[in-house]
Structure formats: structure tokens, C-alpha cells
Write a protein that binds this ligand. Structure first.
Ligand code: PGA
Ligand code: ZN
Length: 424
């Protein structure tokens, strides 16, 4: 049985040019695992704490040298000689060593980097693909990609209020065909925007970020792009939104498209969007602090469409449990760095599935070439993944990894496709 020999960390750059942590776990049998930690911009207030140096003389205070130091001088000696195959134990040792509720002592980035890199090292050591090491399932689902092809909110420098406009190619016969459909629609959207004299520069997640009058205008452009690419909107391809409503919620009001809305009038607005467009999923439709708004949203639309909790659940099993009891949302967005260990991430996924909530594995807006979440999506049977536009290496790397997994699994793999249309 191999043991953990050494753990190293490095300050690297993420897709936005901000520092992030890379962790390398070396095992006694010579195998090595490596992982890069992602980072968000529209973060939930209850996320586990990401450690930054706050030294304004470096990277505007965003350096992670203290996290590097924590990995090498605090975590590494603590985990030395431990069994890398026992992920639960590794994670628990770090949770206990940290000793805080939100991982503020060591930092969620510190702990997550080690948690992920240990799993990768174990997979290499056991000579199994990472998705098998994370969890062995009989039938592997390739997730439906929710591709964010138009970026707004805090991910773009424009006046488009909704953060993410996604296409969902449910009717594709396979994952790789879904990727092709998505890429063709992406290119079609570029032409549509160009013809309208709009900018084709991209936002943080690779989607276009044009100045548009309002959110409907974005949806009209996407609908046109889908048709022009030769696909049927509402049959081949559906739409999904991440409103990231916490970002435009101030003083008890939602400030969207130069309107000031209550949760009731925001809900009316969503209902009108759903009537006009085949939107099958709305994420963070209400702000994380507006529980009442969330309850109303779920009561009104929870039987019709997928309502995804991101900022409101922050992949935290305890917070998710409260949300399930309060009948808030019907799906969980899964982001490893919101909670900080692989074990707790799986706890949240399993809890969601037991309560008939769907799961969507997600990237962060700050990403890297790391493809861990592609394997996580297959291992967790999540059936949906959100990892940006089919463009830019930080996003495409995950799609490419999933196509590789699909080929490797052959007949043991099934594209989740239309299955996601059946609620509960
Ligand atoms: P973030 O955005 O990574 O900037 O938090 C992604 C999301 O809100 O889903
Ligand atoms: Zn979100």
C-alpha cells in the first residue's frame, strides 16, 4: 500500500490572469497527482473561504503564497504517510486540522487543492481513470453540456444584467455530437452579432459579451443563431439562464435592465421569458438572502422548470438540507471550491439526489487547464455540466476530456440527453 510521501504547491495563473493554487501530491510508489484550484467572481457569501495574501504589492493583493506555504508546511507534514486511497480520511484530517466552519484557517483553496490532487494521485497509482477512482458506477452518464455562449453580469463589461445565457443540446445523440451542435451554434451566434454590428469580444467564460438593450435581446440573438445553425429551438436545443440574482439585489430590490423589481415582479418577468422562449432551467433566480423570494419562485415554477441553487446552497450539505426542508429550488449547482473537499462535495451530491434534486457539476469563472470536473460529472451521475462556451482552452479542456471519456467507455456510456427533461 503506497503512502503520501510529499505535497508541493505552486502559485500559478488562472484564466483571468489572477493567481491560483496548483498542488502536487507525490506517493511512495512514485505516482503523482496534480490539481489546479478554480476561483469564482460572483461568489456566494457562505462559500468556504478562499485564502488570498492581501499583500497589495503583489497581484493587487490576490497572491496565494500563504496558501502555498500552508500546503507545504502545515498540511504536508500532517498527511505524510497517510493512505491516499482513503479520500474520506484525508479530507477529514484536513477538516480537523483547519478546525473552522468555513475553512478560514487553512483556506478552502489550500484544502481543496490537496483533496483533488490526492484523488488524482490515487487514480494514477491504481491505474484507473479518475472518474472510476472517484466513484465506480455501473452505467456512466455523459452529462448534457449547458454551454454559456453569451456572458453578462459580473462576467462581462456590458449592460446585460443576466450573467449567463446557455444553450442545452438535449436531443444530440451523443456527447460529442452535443459538443458539435454547441460549437456550430456558437459560431452562428458570432455571425448574428457581427451582422447586427455588435461586439464579438468574449466574457470570462468564453461566451460573447455584446452591449444589448436588455436580456430579451440576448435571447432573440441566441434563438436566431440556433435556427441559422440548422437546429430547432425547443426541440433539439433548449435554453438555460444563470441570473446570479444576488449580484443585482440591493436594499430588498432587484435592479435589472434599469428596472427596480420586487421578488414578485421579478417572478412575473421570468414567467414572461419562459412563455417567449423554451427556457428549461433558471439558476439563482432569486438572491441568496431572499428566502421568501426563493420560496415563491419554487412554488410558482418548481414543477415546470429546473430551478438551480448556486449562491443559495454553496455546495454545503448543511445549507442544502435547510433548503430542501424549506422547499427551495429543485436542483443543486456543484462547485468543489465552494465547500473545499471532495468528500463534502459528494455528500452534497448524494443528499441532493436522495431528495430528488438534480445536480449540475460546474466550473468557476476563473478556471485553468485542469479537467477534474469532467471526471467528477461522470463519476457522480450528475447528468448535467456547466463549463462555459465551446471556446477558450480553460472551458474546452473539460469538453475535450468528456469526449475522451465517452470514447473510452464505449457502450458503457450513455449521453444523458432527453432524460434531463423529465423533472423528478
Ligand atoms: P462564478 O460564476 O464562478 O464567478 O461564481 C459561476 C456561477 O455563478 O455559476
Ligand atoms: Zn451561478
Amino acid at each position: 500500500m503506497p503512502h503520501i510521501e510529499n505535497i508541493l504547491a505552486l502559485e500559478i495563473l488562472d484564466s483571468r490572469g489572477n493567481p491560483t493554487l496548483q498542488v502536487t501530491v507525490d506517493l511512495s510508489d512514485g505516482h503523482r497527482g496534480r490539481a489546479n484550484v478554480p476561483s469564482g467572481a460572483s461568489t456566494g457569501s457562505k462559500e468556504a473561504l478562499e485564502h488570498r495574501d492581501h499583500d497589495l504589492g503583489r497581484y493587487g493583493g490576490k497572491g496565494v503564497l500563504q496558501a502555498v506555504n500552508a500546503v507545504e508546511t502545515i498540511v504536508a507534514p500532517h498527511l505524510k504517510n497517510q493512505n491516499p486511497y482513503d479520500q474520506k480520511n484525508i479530507d477529514q484530517l484536513m477538516i480537523d486540522l483547519d478546525g473552522t466552519a468555513n475553512k478560514s484557517r487553512l483556506g478552502a483553496n489550500t484544502i481543496l487543492g490537496v483533496s483533488m490532487a490526492t484523488a488524482v494521485a490515487a487514480a494514477h497509482s491504481l491505474k484507473v481513470p479518475l472518474y472510476r477512482q472517484l466513484r465506480s458506477v455501473e452505467l456512466s452518464y455523459l452529462p448534457v453540456p449547458m454551454m454559456n455562449i453569451l456572458n453578462g453580469g459580473v462576467h462581462a463589461d456590458t449592460n446585460v444584467g443576466i450573467q449567463e445565457f446557455m444553450i442545452v443540446p438535449v436531443a444530440a445523440p451523443s456527447f460529442h455530437e452535443a459538443v458539435r451542435w454547441g460549437a456550430e451554434i456558437y459560431h452562428s451566434l458570432k455571425k448574428v452579432l457581427k451582422n447586427k454590428g455588435l461586439s464579438t469580444g468574449v466574457g470570462d467564460e468564453g461566451g460573447f459579451a455584446p452591449h444589448l438593450d436588455n436580456n430579451e435581446a440576448a435571447l432573440h440573438c441566441i434563438a436566431e443563431a440556433i435556427e441559422k445553425a440548422g437546429f430547432k429551438l425547443g426541440q433539439d436545443v433548449y435554453l438555460a439562464l444563470d441570473c446570479a440574482a444576488s449580484e443585482f439585489y440591493r436594499d430588498g430590490k432587484y435592479h435589472l435592465d434599469e428596472k427596480s423589481l420586487t421578488s414578485e415582479t421579478l417572478l412575473v418577468y421570468y414567467e414572461s421569458l419562459i412563455r417567449q422562449f423554451p427556457i428549461i432551467s433558471i439558476e439563482d433566480g432569486m438572491a441568496e438572502d431572499d428566502r421568501d423570494g426563493w420560496k415563491k419562485l419554487t412554488a410558482a415554477l418548481g414543477e415546470k422548470i429546473q430551478l438551480v441553487g448556486d449562491d443559495v446552497f454553496v455546495t454545503n450539505p448543511a445549507i442544502l438540507q435547510e433548503g430542501i426542508s424549506d422547499q427551495i429550488a429543485n436542483a443543486l449547482l456543484v462547485k468543489l471550491n465552494q465547500i473545499g473537499t471532495l468528500t463534502e462535495t459528494f455528500q452534497a451530491i448524494d443528499m441532493a439526489h436522495r431528495a430528488n434534486y438534480r445536480c449540475i457539476i460546474s466550473h468557476r469563472s476563473g478556471e485553468s487547464e485542469d479537467t477534474f470536473i469532467a471526471d467528477l460529472a461522470v463519476a457522480s451521475s450528475a447528468k448535467q455540466i456547466k463549463t462555459g462556451a465551446p471556446a477558450r482552452t480553460d472551458r474546452v479542456a473539460k469538453y475535450n476530456r468528456l469526449m475522451e471519456i465517452e470514447k473510452e467507455l464505449g457502450t458503457q456510456a450513455r449521453y444523458a440527453g432527453q432524460e434531463i427533461l423529465t423533472l423528478r
